[in-house]
Ligand binder design. Structure first.
Ligand code: NAP
Ligand code: ZN
Length: 352
């Protein structure tokens, strides 16, 4: 079988570089996908830089994947060659536990198989979307609506579903007052989704630099925290979505929600948060987390985005730019998601 060209981390502390690997034999329930685009999520950077824990090296990152089906196994019923599809954070789960049956595969009791940086149930390392091809169990493939171009759809596979889940779970609808903290990959999609759901959206950002963009994306208000401390806007929001990738003060966010309001934390910084008990107890405020989203929710989110013409705002980059793109994401310079055109991944490099 011909080797899959990819971008890989082959040594701890190294840069991503061209590499190749042997794809698995097509299983009966497998969908083989020619990848077109892969978004760069900040989680990819946390993983590649081993900020959370040691990575499973060699590592091919990428969990915001769109492309076209090239081949299907004999038992596949929902996909055919030529279908426009996406793959997100997960590629397998037990399929039988209460969470899988409820469409919340991310909580699978056997542990879901993530798209990269883990071993699948067969013991082989999974390889992600910074590659020309991926092979995934049918259950974890979703359809990209015709109305969405594959490049702007790619970030929806993680940033989209991760922000969709808490907006739906906490009942965002017409008139809900939502604040989105951090206008990056997740944040800017959250603004678009919340706006389309009818919410009144406020963006909370470090500086005034993104004000015009925030308003164009659908926000009605904008707070630059360098000028306005978040705790000066007491009891203003029903829901605050924190997407900041570094340590930040959640107490300010709790004070900014109305009594019985909710702060949902999506950020996964290395730093610990500190919590003042009063910030939680006064006003019965809720501090919640949210971890990606299930496959059914991912499809619902994509269909919603198709109906509302919601795609990510992207910077399309070549494979050769991926390492500098990482630095630019960390510096907050990307507006608002870097997406790799995987056709630019060269053939050659180490065989993994
Ligand atoms: P991103 O594109 O880098 O956006 C993060 C934003 O946070 C930046 O644009 C910036 O917004 C703000 N920010 C960064 N450093 C900051 C600092 N020191 N102080 C204040 N604000 C800062 O990242 P992303 O891809 O959206 O991911 C965001 C976080 O969510 C990451 O930690 C990622 O690992 C995590 N994540 C979680 C899930 C989940 O399931 N919960 C899923 C995907 C990602 P401003 O310039 O507007 O301030
Ligand atoms: Zn992600």
């Amino acid at each position: 079988m011909s080797l899959v060209s990819a971008l890989a981390l082959t040594v701890s502390g190294g840069q991503l570089e061209p590499a190749r690997y042997e794809p698995r034999e097509l299983r009966d329930d497998d969908v083989r996908i020619d990848i077109a685009y892969a978004g760069i999520c900040h989680s990819d950077i946390h993983v590649v830089r081993e900020e959370w824990h040691a990575a499973l090296i060699p590592l091919v990152p990428g969990h915001e994947i769109t492309g076209v089906v090239s081949q299907v196994g004999s038992a596949v019923v929902n996909f055919r060659p030529g279908d426009r599809v996406g793959v997100g954070n997960m590629v397998d789960s037990c399929g039988t536990c209460e969470f899988c049956l409820a469409g919340q595969e991310q909580f699978c009791v056997t542990d879901p198989v993530m798209t990269y940086n883990v071993r699948g149930y067969d013991g082989e390392p999974t390889r992600g979307g910074y590659a020309r091809q991926v092979t995934v169990t049918e259950r974890f493939v979703v359809k990209v609506p015709d109305a969405l171009a594959l490049d702007v759809a790619a970030p929806l596979l993680c940033a989209g579903v991760t922000t969709w889940e808490p907006l739906v779970r906490w009942g965002v609808g017409a008139g809900t007052r939502v604040a989105v903290v951090g206008l990056g990959g997740l944040g800017h999609v959250a603004v678009k989704l919340a706006k389309a759901m009818g919410a009144h959206v406020t963006v909370v950002s470090r500086s005034a630099a993104k004000r015009a963009d925030a308003l164009t994306l659908g926000a009605s208000d904008y707070l630059a925290t360098e000028k306005t401390a978040l705790d000066t806007v007491h009891s203003s929001f029903d829901l605050v979505i924190n997407t900041v990738s570094s340590g930040i003060d959640l107490n300010d966010m709790l004070r900014a929600v109305r009594p019985m309001g909710v702060v949902v934390n999506l950020g996964l910084p290395v730093e610990m948060y500190s919590l003042h008990p009063y910030a939680l107890v006064q006003g019965n405020r809720v501090l919640a987390g949210s971890n990606i989203g299930g496959v059914a929710a991912t499809q619902e989110m994509l269909d919603f985005c198709g109906e509302h013409a919601i795609g990510a705002e992207i910077e399309l980059i070549d494979a050769a730019e991926v390492n500098t793109a990482y630095d630019r994401v960390v510096a907050g310079a990307v507006r608002y998601r870097a997406v790799i055109d995987v056709s630019t991944i060269p053939d050659g490099g180490k065989i993994l």
